[in-house]
Design a protein around this ligand. Structure first.
Ligand code: MSP
Length: 705
């Protein structure tokens, strides 16, 4: 039996996932589903990268052990993958890989031992001990060359990572080196195959990087500097470089170097894999990983496919500071999973960067899904219900009716079958080239064509004339058969909607196991009883939803993040938190040093005053907000909304002295005006608020300076 293996990157366990992570999982999941439809035994891996200084620091900051930190993030990842239908139970991934699994250490140690014994293509030892002297970015988990960092502005300061804008660590220690410099020709040979690194533009990028000359790579850190990782076999004073450890997960997960997974999955059975990655980590996958594999004598991956990054609607990189991140809990609350999947694949031209905004998502959902596919499905099925007693009608047109049917705009069966067959072939061709957006355009051209046929044939008029029954049936059969095809073609992208279409059509075979290549016009059987007609994609009220999203963001985000942004971000200790922006690593990167200072004049702009809580109560239907009134020495108490309802009982606040930002622009939340903000520390990964207060007696209204 044919097999197929697809992987996502394994995500750093230092911070919670966001849209970027979701996207790679959606793409890999779509590919896996398509292979499964073709009857190919498929293994789909996602997971977390849990070792290294990055995780160690995040753990420290959150008062956890590194293992607890990893467990916390994994827990959230699993909840998220379940909510988005990407987990095993929903037909998604087969393994949630974790590099802290003992079987992984076993496997990665075996790879190391092989590399340690290997000779390079130029006949030298692939691994040697040396001394590393240079700069390391914890967030990238990468050593930085001069063109990859910004020089410090003042003497004695470390340089800054160009990607994360955080201070680099100076490393000066004994290290094992991988002799990457000997692998340039071997790598360039690999890139000769056009399929190895995709798309073409990325392949060229990698080629010129390698052709420009490679430096040897430091692949260990002293245990005294980094202890959270896999020890180097035979030399426990060294910890393996986290990328050596992480990349190897792709083979240990299926059984390389360990019995447990070999028995469960089977390395020979599934390797080589297709690695789906963001372009940000292409070098690790297309240069380092193939070189490690060459040294270890292991077959190369099937392909390394790099996608672009999501940016905000105006083209800016997403970041928490700009407040333009896409939060998974907001997405999950307001949008159907299939709409998100469709949007991600339709909107991003694969390989290039894509713009993601809630408004665009709503527009596409309404136009392409509610008015497009959804409407085609519900109008077709409703008419079958109404005009054909709920049974799939016959599609054939006898000779005597042919002319009338043609005049009514009903396409000949062979003609429509040809059109559909061609569109299906194009769809598959684009899909196989990862040109998902083009593939979906093909599918929507079919939707438009059949919609047009229905509008021209006006079945509602045909239904008034019993002589036109055959023509009426023919229109509805064509529309229903097209829907069956669309269900099969679109299943990998929109599994729930596809199942729904087939179920409503009265079909019982699992659409997740039907190969689009085998679709034949006319296989939809006449007389099948259709099921209850339900809308596939209800329209989204844009104004209302945008308002609700804004409110939700202010409820959870504002109280948390405004407090945070003052007490943490400005001080360079950004908390490791959800929605951390473009790269998960950004959040943690902030821990490294002070990136931006503010002037005292900037601070003076913020009017902080002592306040005393007079009243506090809950707000109906807002389980996160409390409405409090606070005396800050003015004539009237201030009314303030605070996102602390899950952590404080209102009664416990009355009489308490707090700190209020008194000159914050008032804004309305849930119909109430909030005239300031209370200060609270944001504690732990979930950002639990702990209200700032005073140990001594202070008068209301006193200013904090
Ligand atoms: N742990 C490494 C990967 C090791 S794989 C052996 C890592 N982790 S990460 O948490 O930073 O995840 C990076 C990946 O997340 C990217 O390659 C990409 O797949 C995804 N994305 C992160 N931000 C993204 C966007 N803004 N847009 C699209 N994908 C993004 O790197």
């Amino acid at each position: 039996m044919k097999t197929f293996y697809v992987t996502t990157p394994i995500y750093y366990a230092n911070s919670l996932p966001h849209l970027g992570h979701l996207y790679t999982m959606i793409v890999a999941d779509t590919i896996a589903r398509s292979k499964r439809q073709q009857g190919i035994e498929t293994f789909f891996l996602t997971g977390t990268d849990e070792h290294g200084i990055n995780i160690e620091r995040a753990a420290q900051k959150n008062n956890r052990t590194p293992q607890e930190q990893a467990d916390y993030v994994v827990n959230y990842f699993k909840k998220m993958t379940e909510a988005f239908g990407l987990d095993t139970a929903h037909g998604g991934y087969d393994i949630f890989m974790r590099t802290t699994e003992p079987f992984h250490s076993e496997g990665v140690s075996e790879v190391w031992r092989r590399v340690a014994k290997a000779k390079t293509p130029k006949g030298r030892d692939a691994l040697y001990k040396g001394h590393y002297e240079g700069w390391f970015c914890a967030a990238c988990a990468a050593y930085k060359t001069e063109d990859e960092y910004a020089k410090p502005t003042s003497e004695g300061e470390p340089p800054t990572c160009l990607i994360h804008e955080t201070k680099l660590d100076r490393v000066s220690e004994e290290s094992y080196f991988f002799r990457l410099s000997d692998y340039d020709e071997a790598l360039l040979n690999l890139y000769e195959s056009a399929d190895f690194v995709r798309p073409e533009s990325r392949r060229n990028e990698v080629k010129s990087f390698v052709a420009g000359g490679l430096q040897d790579l430091s692949v260990s850190r002293l245990h005294s500097s980094v202890s959270w990782g896999v020890p180097v076999p035979g030399d426990p004073n060294h910890t393996m470089y986290v990328w050596f450890d992480a990349l190897t997960n792709y083979i240990t997960a299926i059984g390389f170097g360990n019995e447990q997974q070999e028995k469960k999955v089977g390395f020979e059975k599934f390797w080589p894999a297709l690695h789906m990655v963001g372009k940000d980590i292409l070098r690790f996958h297309a240069v380092y990983w193939p070189a490690f594999l060459l040294a270890a004598g292991i077959e190369q991956p099937r392909a390394i496919v790099a996608h672009g990054m999501w940016v905000d609607p105006s083209g800016r990189k997403m970041s928490k500071t700009l407040g333009n991140t896409i939060e998974l809990d907001v997405l999950n609350k307001f949008f159907p999973v299939d709409a998100i999947r469709y949007f991600c694949l339709r909107e991003m031209v694969f390989g290039q960067d894509g713009r993601f905004g809630y408004e665009n998502l709503i527009d596409r959902t309404n136009s392409d899904l509610a008015s497009g596919l959804g409407n085609l499905s519900s109008r077709t099925l409703t008419m079958i219900q109404r005009y054909c007693n709920g049974r799939i009608p016959a599609g054939a047109i006898t000779d005597e009716n042919r002319l009338a049917a043609k005049r009514a705009g009903v396409e000949d069966e062979t003609a429509i079958a040809d059109v559909l067959g061609h569109a299906r072939d194009e769809f598959i061709r684009y899909f196989d080239e990862f040109a998902f957006s083009r593939a979906l355009e093909e599918a929507w051209a079919i939707v438009a064509r059949v919609d047009k046929m229905i509008s021209e044939a006006t079945p509602w008029d045909l239904a008034k004339d019993p002589n036109q029954q055959q023509t009426l049936n023919a229109v509805l059969y064509r529309a229903a058969e097209t829907l069956r095809w669309l269900g099969v073609m679109l299943y990998p992208v929109m599994p729930t909607a596809a199942r729904e279409i087939h179920q409503q059509l009265g079909l019982t075979d699992d659409v997740g196991r039907i190969d689009a290549r085998g679709l034949r016009w006319g296989d939809l059987k006449e007389g099948v009883q259709i099921q209850e007609v339900k809308p596939l994609f209800p329209r989204i009220d844009k104004a209302k939803t945008m308002e609700e999203i804004r409110e939700q963001k202010s409820e959870v985000g504002e109280q948390k993040s405004e407090v945070r942004s003052q007490e943490s971000e400005k001080q360079g200790s950004r908390p490791v938190e959800e929605g951390s922006g473009q790269h998960a690593t950004e959040a943690d990167a902030g821990a490294v040093g002070v990136a931006n200072f503010i002037d005292i004049a900037d601070f003076a702009k913020v009017e902080l005053r002592v306040g005393e809580v007079r009243t506090a109560g809950r707000i109906p239907k807002a389980d996160k907000l409390l409405l409090i009134t606070v005396d800050i020495g003015e004539e009237k108490p201030r009314q303030i909304l605070a996102g602390i309802a899950q952590y404080y009982e209102p009664e416990s606040l009355v009489g308490r002295k707090i700190v209020v930002v008194a000159n914050l622009k008032p804004r309305k939340l849930r119909g109430y005006e909030s005239q300031g903000m209370l200060l609270a520390a944001s504690v732990g990964e979930e950002g639990k608020p702990v209200i700032a207060t005073f140990a001594e007696d202070v008068p209301n209204g006193a200013r904090l300076k």
